[in-house]
Design a protein around this ligand. Structure first.
Ligand code: PGA
Length: 244
């Protein structure tokens, strides 16, 4: 595991954007796994800047988002599809054919999850998985539990996760869907390179548990310790409780 500690959240986002830009220049048909949440917003705007200022070219890149709410059409402002359009896809030259999210409004979400997992396989698997971490240790919608699911599946969301997504639902967490389609921990760990980004003091405790605590399913992000090619980008605040 490599840990990069940057002075500010912005510096962490920009450094990670440089790593992604370099990976795309080396491998124009890169397959990315992409997160949502508040943390990656600065990352996406740094990528948009690199597209505009230095012609970073996304035309041949494929992207698979990690998760999506069940029951929302892509047009719903709270959907992760809308988030991705707002923060990234509308501003850069991604091919619509190669930018994927689970269909939140699929009639059969279980079938949609299986289709999504198969689409990732067909694309040759994920080269570079970019991940955030929830304050409860979740990765994607893989919430703390006594056991975890390996492949893409329909997951029940904790009230905590629904609360942290309430902004796009009139601030009312009860309007946030109760379930989501998410890549499983196996899908995430099969990526050839995994990058975790966490910023802010509110993540310090979970970052130290995930990276330095025992590997345990009640901290899903701790499973990343077992990945042979993991890079972690933190700002100083999020690194504040690491012992080494
Ligand atoms: P956040 O979400 O960036 O909004 O803290 C991270 C996550 O839940 O993965």
């Amino acid at each position: 595991m490599r840990i990069a500690i940057l002075p500010t959240p912005l510096a962490a986002a920009r450094t990670l954007a440089d790593v992604i830009a370099e990976a795309i220049r080396r491998q124009p048909a890169l397959v990315l796994g992409l997160p949502t949440g508040k943390t990656p917003i600065a990352l996406y705007s740094a990528l948009v800047e690199r597209h505009q200022a230095s012609r970073l070219d996304f035309r041949r890149v494929t992207a698979f988002n990690i998760d999506e709410f069940v029951g929302l059409p892509a047009e719903h402002p709270g959907s992760f599809a809308a988030y991705m359009a707002r923060h990234l896809y509308r501003h850069v030259n991604f091919s619509p054919r190669r930018s994927h999210l689970p269909a939140g409004d699929a009639r059969n979400p279980q079938q949609e999850a299986a289709r999504y997992e198969a689409a990732i396989d067909r694309a040759g698997g994920i080269d570079l998985m970019v991940l955030g971490i929830g304050r409860n240790g979740h990765i994607g919608f893989n919430e703390p539990a006594s056991s975890l699911v390996s492949d893409t599946h329909v997951a029940r969301l904790t009230p905590e996760t629904r609360r942290s997504n309430a902004d796009a639902f009139d601030g009312d967490w009860r309007k946030v869907p109760r379930t989501g389609i998410t890549m499983g921990v196996g899908t995430l760990l099969r990526a050839r390179h995994v990058i975790l980004i966490a910023t802010g003091a509110s993540k310090a405790r979970i970052v130290s548990r995930a990276l330095e605590g025992p590997i345990a399913t009640n901290v899903p992000a701790s499973l990343l310790q077992a990945h042979p090619n993991l890079t972690v980008f933190l700002d100083r605040a999020a690194a504040g409780r690491l012992s080494r």
